[in-house]
Design a protein around this ligand. Structure first.
Ligand code: ZN
Length: 289
C-alpha cells in the first residue's frame, strides 16, 4: 500500500468513526418545564439527553427569567418543548433570537388548540400528557428514524402508565363530583374540572396568579366560603408566597377546611406519573376526611 493510499484509508476510517459516533450521540432536547422534560426522557430513553430549564419547585414560574446558559442549551437542541400560552414568554423570545435549522418544536398550548387567556396549567389536565407523549414520539421518529421502533415501544408504556392516572381521576369523579372546593391559584383548576369538582373564587385565583391584589369583595367572598365551610378543600400553591393566599390558608386551617398543597413545577427526582398520583392521593385523603 502506498503512503497516499494509506492516508486515504485512514481518513475514510476516521470519517466513518466520526459519523458512527455522531449517530450514537443522544439527541439534545430542551424542555422549558421539567414535567415535559420528564415525558421526553420516558419516550426517548437512552437516545435523548434532556435539559429542563424550570425545575425548581421553590420558584414562582410566572416570574422566571432565562439565563445565558438557557440560550446556549437551546442553540444545540434538536427538539424543544414548552408550554406556551404566556406561561414561558422568555422561551419564545430566546427561540426567535437563536434560529436553528432542523430544530423540531412542540408548543403544548398550540398542540391542544388552546388560546391565550385559557388556564395555562395544561399538565394538570389528565387529557394533556397522552397527546403530548404522542407528539414527542412522532417528532423523535422524524428526527431520528433509526430508533423509531424504540420510541414506539416506549410510547406504548408511557401511554399505559398515563391511562392509570385517567382511571384514578374517573374513580374519584364517581365519588366526589359536585363537591365544592376552592384554591389560592388556578394551578389545579383543569384537574379539578376533570374530577367534576365545583371550583369557587376563580377571580381571586386569577388575581393571585397575575401577582395583582384581589378585590375587597372577592377576598370577603373567599373568607365567607372558608368560615362557613362552604368548601371541603382549599388547594394551596406551595410555590407562590402571595400574602393574601397565605392568609386564606391560615383561615382554612382555623375553620377546619382541609388544605391540599400542590406545586406547579415537579419536585426533583420524580416522574410526572408519581407526582400526579401523590397529589391525587392527598386530595382523596382530604375528601374522605
Ligand atoms: Zn401558575
Amino acid at each position: 500500500m502506498s503512503a497516499l493510499t494509506k492516508l486515504f484509508a485512514f481518513a475514510a476510517l476516521a470519517l466513518s468513526t466520526a459519523l458512527a459516533s455522531a449517530a450514537d450521540q443522544p439527541l439534545a432536547v430542551v424542555a422549558a418545564e421539567n414535567f415535559y422534560g420528564d415525558l421526553v426522557q420516558q419516550v426517548g430513553g437512552p437516545h435523548v439527553q434532556v435539559t429542563s430549564i424550570m425545575n425548581n419547585p421553590d420558584q414562582d414560574p410566572h416570574l422566571f427569567e432565562a439565563s445565558v446558559s438557557t440560550a446556549r442549551a437551546l442553540s444545540a437542541a434538536r427538539l424543544v418543548i414548552y408550554n406556551g400560552m404566556d406561561y414561558d414568554p422568555w422561551m419564545t423570545k430566546l427561540l426567535t433570537a437563536a434560529r436553528a435549522q432542523g430544530r423540531a418544536e412542540i408548543v403544548v398550548g398550540r398542540l391542544l388548540g388552546k388560546r391565550s387567556g385559557d388556564n395555562p396549567h395544561l399538565w394538570y389536565d389528565p387529557a394533556t400528557m397522552p397527546t403530548v407523549a404522542r407528539a414527542i414520539a412522532a417528532r423523535l421518529q422524524a428526527v431520528d428514524p433509526a430508533h423509531s421502533a424504540d420510541y414506539r415501544r416506549n410510547l406504548d408504556q408511557v401511554l399505559a402508565s398515563l391511562a392509570v392516572i385517567g382511571q384514578h381521576v374517573q374513580s374519584l369523579r364517581v365519588r366526589y363530583a359536585g363537591t365544592a372546593v376552592t384554591a389560592t391559584e388556578p394551578v389545579f383548576g383543569l384537574m379539578a374540572q376533570a374530577l367534576g369538582l365545583t371550583m369557587r373564587n376563580e377571580r381571586f385565583q386569577l388575581a393571585v396568579m397575575n401577582n395583582t391584589e384581589p378585590s375587597a369583595s372577592d377576598i370577603a367572598a373567599f373568607e365567607r366560603d372558608l368560615k362557613s365551610r362552604q368548601v371541603r378543600v382549599l388547594f394551596y400553591n406551595n410555590q407562590a408566597s402571595d400574602p393574601s393566599a397565605k392568609r386564606m390558608r391560615t383561615l382554612a386551617q382555623q375553620s377546619g377546611v382541609k388544605v391540599v398543597g400542590i406545586s406547579e413545577t415537579m419536585p426533583a427526582g420524580r416522574h410526572y406519573q408519581d407526582w400526579m398520583r401523590s397529589q391525587l392521593d392527598q386530595l382523596e385523603k382530604a375528601l374522605n376526611h
